[in-house]
Design a protein around this ligand. Structure first.
Ligand SMILES: [Zn+2]
Length: 398
Protein backbone atom coordinates (compact mmCIF):
# COMPACT_ATOMS: atom_id res chain seq x y z
CA UNK A 1 0.00 0.00 0.00
CA UNK A 2 2.86 2.36 0.84
CA UNK A 3 4.32 2.17 -2.68
CA UNK A 4 0.89 2.29 -4.30
CA UNK A 5 0.08 5.52 -2.45
CA UNK A 6 3.50 7.01 -3.14
CA UNK A 7 3.23 6.32 -6.87
CA UNK A 8 -0.34 7.62 -7.04
CA UNK A 9 0.48 10.87 -5.21
CA UNK A 10 3.62 11.34 -7.28
CA UNK A 11 1.57 10.95 -10.46
CA UNK A 12 -0.77 13.71 -9.25
CA UNK A 13 1.95 15.98 -7.85
CA UNK A 14 1.61 18.74 -10.45
CA UNK A 15 -2.15 18.89 -9.93
CA UNK A 16 -1.69 19.13 -6.15
CA UNK A 17 0.76 22.01 -6.66
CA UNK A 18 -1.65 23.68 -9.07
CA UNK A 19 -4.57 23.42 -6.64
CA UNK A 20 -2.48 24.84 -3.78
CA UNK A 21 -1.26 27.77 -5.91
CA UNK A 22 -4.76 28.40 -7.18
CA UNK A 23 -6.08 28.60 -3.60
CA UNK A 24 -3.22 30.91 -2.55
CA UNK A 25 -4.08 33.14 -5.53
CA UNK A 26 -7.70 33.34 -4.36
CA UNK A 27 -7.88 36.05 -1.67
CA UNK A 28 -9.85 34.93 1.39
CA UNK A 29 -9.19 37.27 4.27
CA UNK A 30 -11.56 36.53 7.17
CA UNK A 31 -15.05 37.79 6.34
CA UNK A 32 -14.49 37.68 2.56
CA UNK A 33 -14.39 33.94 1.91
CA UNK A 34 -17.19 33.93 -0.70
CA UNK A 35 -14.91 33.49 -3.72
CA UNK A 36 -12.80 30.68 -2.33
CA UNK A 37 -15.96 28.90 -1.18
CA UNK A 38 -17.18 29.01 -4.82
CA UNK A 39 -13.85 27.63 -6.04
CA UNK A 40 -14.06 24.80 -3.50
CA UNK A 41 -17.69 24.04 -4.34
CA UNK A 42 -16.60 23.52 -7.96
CA UNK A 43 -13.71 21.28 -6.84
CA UNK A 44 -15.98 19.20 -4.62
CA UNK A 45 -18.50 18.83 -7.44
CA UNK A 46 -15.78 17.65 -9.83
CA UNK A 47 -14.48 15.22 -7.23
CA UNK A 48 -17.89 13.61 -6.93
CA UNK A 49 -18.87 14.63 -3.41
CA UNK A 50 -22.36 13.21 -2.85
CA UNK A 51 -23.70 16.13 -0.86
CA UNK A 52 -22.40 19.70 -0.68
CA UNK A 53 -23.91 22.11 1.83
CA UNK A 54 -23.22 25.81 2.18
CA UNK A 55 -24.54 26.49 5.66
CA UNK A 56 -26.18 29.71 6.81
CA UNK A 57 -22.98 30.94 8.41
CA UNK A 58 -21.04 30.36 5.19
CA UNK A 59 -19.11 27.14 5.90
CA UNK A 60 -18.92 24.60 3.09
CA UNK A 61 -19.49 20.97 4.04
CA UNK A 62 -19.00 18.14 1.55
CA UNK A 63 -19.93 14.53 2.22
CA UNK A 64 -18.94 11.24 0.63
CA UNK A 65 -20.22 7.89 1.83
CA UNK A 66 -22.99 6.85 4.19
CA UNK A 67 -21.16 4.33 6.38
CA UNK A 68 -21.41 4.16 10.18
CA UNK A 69 -17.84 5.41 10.70
CA UNK A 70 -17.98 9.18 10.54
CA UNK A 71 -14.78 11.14 10.04
CA UNK A 72 -14.58 14.91 9.59
CA UNK A 73 -11.68 16.77 8.03
CA UNK A 74 -11.45 20.44 8.91
CA UNK A 75 -9.60 23.06 6.87
CA UNK A 76 -10.23 26.74 7.50
CA UNK A 77 -10.24 28.69 4.27
CA UNK A 78 -9.75 32.20 5.63
CA UNK A 79 -6.42 33.93 6.06
CA UNK A 80 -5.18 36.93 7.98
CA UNK A 81 -4.72 40.15 5.99
CA UNK A 82 -1.73 40.99 3.84
CA UNK A 83 -0.46 43.80 6.07
CA UNK A 84 1.94 46.31 4.56
CA UNK A 85 2.39 45.17 0.93
CA UNK A 86 5.91 46.59 0.74
CA UNK A 87 7.02 44.14 3.45
CA UNK A 88 6.52 41.26 1.02
CA UNK A 89 9.31 40.77 -1.50
CA UNK A 90 6.78 39.34 -3.96
CA UNK A 91 3.08 39.23 -4.78
CA UNK A 92 1.49 37.40 -1.80
CA UNK A 93 -1.55 36.48 -3.91
CA UNK A 94 0.19 34.73 -6.78
CA UNK A 95 1.55 31.43 -5.50
CA UNK A 96 5.20 32.09 -6.35
CA UNK A 97 7.39 28.97 -6.52
CA UNK A 98 11.02 29.27 -5.45
CA UNK A 99 13.40 26.64 -4.03
CA UNK A 100 10.62 24.04 -4.19
CA UNK A 101 8.37 26.10 -1.94
CA UNK A 102 5.08 27.83 -2.64
CA UNK A 103 5.00 31.35 -1.22
CA UNK A 104 2.10 33.61 -0.37
CA UNK A 105 -0.56 34.56 2.17
CA UNK A 106 -2.31 31.43 3.34
CA UNK A 107 0.20 29.02 1.73
CA UNK A 108 1.18 27.69 5.16
CA UNK A 109 -1.90 28.70 7.19
CA UNK A 110 -3.54 26.77 5.82
CA UNK A 111 -4.18 26.37 2.12
CA UNK A 112 -1.48 23.70 1.79
CA UNK A 113 -3.41 21.57 4.29
CA UNK A 114 -6.71 22.43 2.61
CA UNK A 115 -5.49 21.50 -0.88
CA UNK A 116 -3.74 18.26 0.12
CA UNK A 117 -6.44 16.94 2.46
CA UNK A 118 -9.05 17.63 -0.23
CA UNK A 119 -6.96 16.14 -3.01
CA UNK A 120 -6.43 13.04 -0.87
CA UNK A 121 -10.23 12.55 -0.90
CA UNK A 122 -10.11 12.44 -4.71
CA UNK A 123 -7.36 9.82 -4.54
CA UNK A 124 -9.29 7.88 -1.92
CA UNK A 125 -12.15 7.56 -4.40
CA UNK A 126 -9.69 6.40 -7.03
CA UNK A 127 -8.17 3.76 -4.72
CA UNK A 128 -11.58 2.64 -3.45
CA UNK A 129 -13.68 4.52 -0.91
CA UNK A 130 -14.15 2.36 2.23
CA UNK A 131 -17.73 1.03 2.36
CA UNK A 132 -18.28 1.70 6.06
CA UNK A 133 -16.93 5.29 5.99
CA UNK A 134 -18.76 8.62 5.91
CA UNK A 135 -16.31 11.41 5.25
CA UNK A 136 -17.19 15.04 5.82
CA UNK A 137 -14.87 17.67 4.43
CA UNK A 138 -15.46 20.96 6.25
CA UNK A 139 -14.11 24.10 4.59
CA UNK A 140 -14.63 26.37 7.58
CA UNK A 141 -14.70 30.16 7.66
CA UNK A 142 -13.85 32.94 10.10
CA UNK A 143 -11.27 30.86 11.99
CA UNK A 144 -8.64 33.58 12.26
CA UNK A 145 -10.93 35.94 14.20
CA UNK A 146 -13.13 33.53 16.13
CA UNK A 147 -11.78 29.99 16.00
CA UNK A 148 -14.29 27.28 16.72
CA UNK A 149 -17.36 29.47 16.19
CA UNK A 150 -17.73 27.81 12.76
CA UNK A 151 -17.82 24.32 14.30
CA UNK A 152 -20.14 25.42 17.09
CA UNK A 153 -22.53 26.54 14.35
CA UNK A 154 -22.11 23.33 12.34
CA UNK A 155 -22.64 21.02 15.34
CA UNK A 156 -25.61 22.96 16.72
CA UNK A 157 -27.37 23.76 13.45
CA UNK A 158 -26.53 20.88 11.14
CA UNK A 159 -26.29 18.24 13.86
CA UNK A 160 -22.95 17.04 12.49
CA UNK A 161 -21.28 14.97 15.19
CA UNK A 162 -18.39 12.97 13.76
CA UNK A 163 -16.52 10.32 15.73
CA UNK A 164 -13.21 12.01 14.98
CA UNK A 165 -11.93 15.30 13.59
CA UNK A 166 -8.67 15.86 11.76
CA UNK A 167 -7.48 19.48 11.71
CA UNK A 168 -5.22 20.29 8.77
CA UNK A 169 -3.46 23.38 10.12
CA UNK A 170 0.34 23.51 9.63
CA UNK A 171 2.25 21.21 11.98
CA UNK A 172 5.52 20.73 10.10
CA UNK A 173 4.21 17.19 9.47
CA UNK A 174 4.03 16.46 13.21
CA UNK A 175 1.00 14.97 14.94
CA UNK A 176 -0.74 17.51 17.15
CA UNK A 177 -2.44 16.51 20.39
CA UNK A 178 -3.83 19.85 21.55
CA UNK A 179 -3.11 23.41 22.60
CA UNK A 180 -3.61 25.97 25.36
CA UNK A 181 -6.86 27.85 25.57
CA UNK A 182 -7.57 31.53 26.06
CA UNK A 183 -10.17 33.83 27.52
CA UNK A 184 -10.31 37.59 27.05
CA UNK A 185 -11.79 39.39 30.04
CA UNK A 186 -12.88 42.94 30.87
CA UNK A 187 -12.79 44.50 34.33
CA UNK A 188 -15.10 47.51 34.70
CA UNK A 189 -14.65 49.99 37.53
CA UNK A 190 -17.22 52.70 38.21
CA UNK A 191 -16.57 55.97 40.05
CA UNK A 192 -18.01 59.40 40.60
CA UNK A 193 -17.06 62.22 38.30
CA UNK A 194 -15.98 65.58 39.66
CA UNK A 195 -14.09 68.62 38.45
CA UNK A 196 -10.40 67.87 37.96
CA UNK A 197 -9.62 70.79 40.23
CA UNK A 198 -11.64 69.18 43.03
CA UNK A 199 -10.81 65.47 42.82
CA UNK A 200 -11.75 64.90 46.47
CA UNK A 201 -15.39 65.42 45.52
CA UNK A 202 -15.20 62.48 43.10
CA UNK A 203 -14.29 58.80 43.27
CA UNK A 204 -11.66 57.92 40.71
CA UNK A 205 -12.15 54.51 39.00
CA UNK A 206 -8.61 54.63 37.55
CA UNK A 207 -7.21 54.49 41.09
CA UNK A 208 -9.39 51.43 41.75
CA UNK A 209 -8.06 49.78 38.62
CA UNK A 210 -4.47 50.58 39.51
CA UNK A 211 -4.82 48.46 42.68
CA UNK A 212 -6.45 45.71 40.63
CA UNK A 213 -3.64 45.83 38.06
CA UNK A 214 -1.03 45.40 40.80
CA UNK A 215 -2.88 42.31 42.06
CA UNK A 216 -3.15 40.88 38.53
CA UNK A 217 0.59 41.31 38.06
CA UNK A 218 1.12 39.28 41.28
CA UNK A 219 -1.50 36.74 40.21
CA UNK A 220 0.47 36.12 37.02
CA UNK A 221 3.62 35.39 39.00
CA UNK A 222 1.78 32.92 41.21
CA UNK A 223 -0.24 31.05 38.60
CA UNK A 224 0.33 27.31 38.88
CA UNK A 225 2.25 25.26 36.32
CA UNK A 226 -0.13 23.21 34.19
CA UNK A 227 1.28 19.69 33.74
CA UNK A 228 0.45 19.80 30.03
CA UNK A 229 0.90 23.38 28.98
CA UNK A 230 3.42 24.80 31.44
CA UNK A 231 2.96 27.95 33.46
CA UNK A 232 -0.35 29.76 33.07
CA UNK A 233 -0.35 33.42 32.17
CA UNK A 234 -2.42 36.53 32.55
CA UNK A 235 -1.68 39.97 31.15
CA UNK A 236 -3.37 43.35 31.16
CA UNK A 237 -3.50 44.19 27.45
CA UNK A 238 -5.42 47.47 27.25
CA UNK A 239 -6.90 50.22 29.39
CA UNK A 240 -9.51 52.87 28.72
CA UNK A 241 -11.63 55.34 30.63
CA UNK A 242 -14.63 57.55 30.09
CA UNK A 243 -14.61 61.10 31.27
CA UNK A 244 -16.59 64.24 30.40
CA UNK A 245 -13.37 66.18 29.90
CA UNK A 246 -9.64 65.87 30.42
CA UNK A 247 -10.24 68.12 33.43
CA UNK A 248 -12.64 65.80 35.17
CA UNK A 249 -12.36 62.69 37.31
CA UNK A 250 -13.65 59.90 35.02
CA UNK A 251 -16.89 58.09 35.76
CA UNK A 252 -15.82 54.72 34.31
CA UNK A 253 -12.61 52.88 33.59
CA UNK A 254 -11.91 49.52 32.03
CA UNK A 255 -9.03 47.09 31.57
CA UNK A 256 -8.75 44.14 29.21
CA UNK A 257 -7.07 40.88 30.20
CA UNK A 258 -5.59 38.02 28.19
CA UNK A 259 -5.67 34.83 30.25
CA UNK A 260 -4.12 31.69 28.76
CA UNK A 261 -5.82 28.55 30.04
CA UNK A 262 -4.68 25.10 31.05
CA UNK A 263 -6.80 21.95 30.95
CA UNK A 264 -8.30 22.51 34.41
CA UNK A 265 -9.22 26.16 33.75
CA UNK A 266 -12.70 27.08 32.56
CA UNK A 267 -14.63 30.24 31.78
CA UNK A 268 -16.11 30.13 35.30
CA UNK A 269 -12.79 29.57 37.05
CA UNK A 270 -11.07 32.34 35.09
CA UNK A 271 -13.80 34.85 35.96
CA UNK A 272 -13.89 33.76 39.60
CA UNK A 273 -10.12 34.11 39.93
CA UNK A 274 -10.36 37.82 39.03
CA UNK A 275 -13.68 38.49 40.80
CA UNK A 276 -12.15 37.23 44.06
CA UNK A 277 -9.11 39.52 44.03
CA UNK A 278 -9.35 41.75 47.14
CA UNK A 279 -9.09 44.96 45.11
CA UNK A 280 -11.87 43.81 42.77
CA UNK A 281 -14.17 42.99 45.69
CA UNK A 282 -13.37 46.17 47.54
CA UNK A 283 -14.03 48.38 44.52
CA UNK A 284 -17.06 46.32 43.38
CA UNK A 285 -15.55 46.16 39.90
CA UNK A 286 -17.37 43.96 37.41
CA UNK A 287 -15.63 41.11 35.55
CA UNK A 288 -17.01 40.09 32.15
CA UNK A 289 -15.98 38.00 29.18
CA UNK A 290 -15.02 40.25 26.28
CA UNK A 291 -17.54 39.97 23.47
CA UNK A 292 -17.54 41.16 19.89
CA UNK A 293 -19.72 40.96 16.81
CA UNK A 294 -18.89 39.08 13.65
CA UNK A 295 -20.43 39.32 10.19
CA UNK A 296 -19.57 36.57 7.73
CA UNK A 297 -19.38 36.61 3.93
CA UNK A 298 -22.96 35.28 3.91
CA UNK A 299 -24.17 38.18 6.02
CA UNK A 300 -24.62 36.01 9.10
CA UNK A 301 -24.15 37.99 12.32
CA UNK A 302 -23.37 36.74 15.80
CA UNK A 303 -22.03 38.09 19.08
CA UNK A 304 -19.06 36.03 20.21
CA UNK A 305 -17.79 35.54 23.75
CA UNK A 306 -13.99 35.37 23.62
CA UNK A 307 -13.63 32.00 25.37
CA UNK A 308 -11.53 29.34 23.66
CA UNK A 309 -10.98 26.33 25.93
CA UNK A 310 -7.77 24.32 25.90
CA UNK A 311 -7.82 20.72 24.75
CA UNK A 312 -5.49 17.78 24.72
CA UNK A 313 -5.69 14.21 23.49
CA UNK A 314 -4.14 11.37 25.41
CA UNK A 315 -1.31 9.71 23.49
CA UNK A 316 -3.02 6.33 24.08
CA UNK A 317 -6.28 7.40 22.47
CA UNK A 318 -7.16 5.18 19.48
CA UNK A 319 -7.37 8.20 17.14
CA UNK A 320 -3.87 9.32 18.10
CA UNK A 321 -2.61 5.79 17.74
CA UNK A 322 -4.13 5.47 14.24
CA UNK A 323 -2.36 8.71 13.26
CA UNK A 324 0.98 7.54 14.65
CA UNK A 325 0.53 4.16 12.99
CA UNK A 326 -0.35 5.84 9.66
CA UNK A 327 2.84 7.90 9.77
CA UNK A 328 4.99 4.86 10.56
CA UNK A 329 3.37 2.75 7.84
CA UNK A 330 3.77 5.40 5.16
CA UNK A 331 7.15 6.90 6.07
CA UNK A 332 8.93 4.13 8.03
CA UNK A 333 9.73 6.44 10.93
CA UNK A 334 8.21 7.72 14.16
CA UNK A 335 6.29 10.99 13.90
CA UNK A 336 6.89 13.94 16.16
CA UNK A 337 3.95 14.36 18.56
CA UNK A 338 3.50 17.83 20.01
CA UNK A 339 1.17 20.67 20.97
CA UNK A 340 0.38 23.73 18.88
CA UNK A 341 1.43 27.13 20.23
CA UNK A 342 -1.57 28.76 18.55
CA UNK A 343 -5.31 28.19 18.85
CA UNK A 344 -7.49 26.34 16.32
CA UNK A 345 -11.01 25.03 15.66
CA UNK A 346 -10.10 22.27 18.13
CA UNK A 347 -11.38 24.64 20.86
CA UNK A 348 -14.87 23.69 19.66
CA UNK A 349 -14.51 20.12 18.39
CA UNK A 350 -12.54 18.81 21.39
CA UNK A 351 -12.62 21.73 23.86
CA UNK A 352 -16.40 22.30 23.91
CA UNK A 353 -17.89 19.16 22.33
CA UNK A 354 -15.32 16.54 23.36
CA UNK A 355 -15.04 14.99 19.89
CA UNK A 356 -11.68 13.23 19.59
CA UNK A 357 -9.51 15.62 17.55
CA UNK A 358 -5.96 15.65 16.22
CA UNK A 359 -3.95 17.89 13.92
CA UNK A 360 -1.57 17.27 11.05
CA UNK A 361 -0.54 19.56 8.23
CA UNK A 362 2.13 20.64 5.77
CA UNK A 363 4.20 23.76 6.40
CA UNK A 364 6.16 24.99 9.38
CA UNK A 365 3.74 26.87 11.61
CA UNK A 366 6.39 29.47 12.46
CA UNK A 367 5.84 31.03 9.01
CA UNK A 368 2.07 31.44 9.53
CA UNK A 369 0.95 35.09 9.48
CA UNK A 370 4.42 36.28 8.36
CA UNK A 371 5.56 37.94 5.13
CA UNK A 372 7.74 34.91 4.36
CA UNK A 373 4.80 32.56 4.51
CA UNK A 374 5.41 29.44 2.43
CA UNK A 375 4.84 25.71 2.25
CA UNK A 376 7.48 23.27 0.94
CA UNK A 377 6.35 21.19 -2.05
CA UNK A 378 7.75 18.02 -0.49
CA UNK A 379 5.47 18.72 2.51
CA UNK A 380 2.50 18.86 0.14
CA UNK A 381 3.43 15.48 -1.29
CA UNK A 382 3.98 13.90 2.12
CA UNK A 383 0.80 15.43 3.56
CA UNK A 384 -1.27 14.04 0.66
CA UNK A 385 0.24 10.60 1.27
CA UNK A 386 -0.45 10.88 4.99
CA UNK A 387 -4.06 12.02 4.60
CA UNK A 388 -4.89 9.32 2.07
CA UNK A 389 -3.34 6.61 4.21
CA UNK A 390 -5.02 8.06 7.32
CA UNK A 391 -8.50 7.98 5.76
CA UNK A 392 -7.98 4.31 4.88
CA UNK A 393 -6.34 3.39 8.17
CA UNK A 394 -8.93 5.17 10.31
CA UNK A 395 -11.81 3.46 8.48
CA UNK A 396 -10.13 0.10 8.89
CA UNK A 397 -9.15 0.42 12.56
CA UNK A 398 -12.16 2.30 13.98
ZN1 LIG B 1 -4.73 28.60 10.76
Amino acid sequence: MKEKIRTLVDFHKEKIIKLTRNLVATPSETGTEGTIISVLTREMNEMGFEEIILDEMGNLIGRIGTGPKILAIDAHVDTVGLGELSNWGFNPLYGKIEDNKIYGRGSCDQKGGLATALYAVRLLKEIGFPKDLTLYFVASIYEENAEGVNWQFIIKNLGLKPQAVLLTEPSNLGIILGHRGRIDLEVHATGISSHGAMPDLGDNPIYKLSKIITEIEKLHENLPVDPDFGKGSIAVTAISSQSVSLNAVPEKALIYLDRRLGLTDSQESAIKEIAELPAVKESKAEVKVYSFKIKTHKGYEQTINAYYPSWKMNIDHPLVQVAIDTFKLQFDEDPETKLWQFSTNGVATKGLFDIPTIGFGPGDEKYAHTCEEHVPIDHLVKATEFYLRFYLNWAEKT
